[in-house]
Design a protein around this ligand. Structure first.
Ligand SMILES: Nc1ncnc2c1ncn2[C@@H]1O[C@H](COP(=O)(O)OP(=O)(O)OP(=O)(O)O)[C@@H](O)[C@H]1O
Ligand SMILES: [Mg+2]
Length: 215
């Protein structure tokens, strides 16, 4: 089973958008995906309610219950769990990072947003978990902007994910329809980017696991 925590203290950085679409990409690849929504705003749960019985399932959890919900989900056959977290919530973010195999930190490639990831980076360091910044909602064609952002992030002592999720209207339209971008526009750019991100995630987790087993 793979557990991914989506964490960023910055509000509106794309946590829920990444969570639901990454879980949907996992489900589309044959995994049994589950989203654990730890945000009292319950945005992912709202998305799940709009979908009714369509997978992936969304459940909510108070921070202290995350570990036990993960164990129950594993017994029930979940193979890919994404934990969505609220902004400015140390306890939910900490508990999510604690149980995760990999932490993804969505961040818009703007100066204010980049400066704000420092607190998230400190949190991830505390638990010594593999973590990557994923650039979200920036311009699709601005290589220089991403190079600069990458340099800044590397300076904070954290790596950037090579897959970025630029601004695509499909995310907004899909969410409003209770869909993922894969369902809303299967041939669209957003669908291929989130599929690539899911594949990268799996490859990264497998690589880390085999590296650990080789020690
Ligand atoms: N790659 C993207 N392209 C276009 N719009 C995006 C993208 N990522 C996020 N958005 C939009 O940005 C807004 C904020 O995204 P989202 O709700 O996922 O952020 P969040 O980090 O979960 O916010 P909060 O901190 O309040 O939980 C939403 O309207 C969402 O549709
Ligand atoms: Mg959210």
């Amino acid at each position: 089973m793979t557990i991914i925590a989506i964490v960023s203290q910055k509000g509106g950085s794309g946590k829920t958008t990444l969570s639901v679409n990454l879980a949907a990409a996992a489900e589309a690849s044959g995994a049994v995906a589950l989203i654990i929504d730890t945000d009292p705003q319950a945005t992912a749960s709202q998305w799940g309610a709009w979908r009714a019985d369509r997978a992936p399932e969304v459940i909510d959890s108070a921070p202290p219950r995350i570990q036990s919900k993960v164990e129950v989900a594993q017994r029930q056959g979940a193979t890919f769990i994404v934990i969505d977290t609220p902004p400015h919530a140390d306890s939910a973010a900490s508990r999510a990072v604690e149980v995760a195999d990999l932490v993804l930190i969505p961040c818009r490639p703007s100066a204010f947003d980049l400066a704000a990831i420092k607190t998230t980076v400190s949190l991830v360091r505390l638990f010594n978990k593999p973590a990557f910044v994923v650039f979200t909602a920036g311009p699709p064609h601005a290589p220089r902007m991403y190079e600069d952002a990458n340099e800044l992030v590397t300076g904070f002592g954290i790596e950037c994910c090579p897959i970025i999720l630029p601004d695509r209207a499909g995310y907004r339209h899909a969410s409003a329809a209770g869909a993922s971008v894969l369902e809303y526009e299967p041939e669209g750019k957003a669908a291929s980017e989130i599929t690539a991100l899911h594949m990268w995630t799996i490859a990264h987790v497998n690589m880390s696991t085999s590296a650990l087993e080789g020690v």
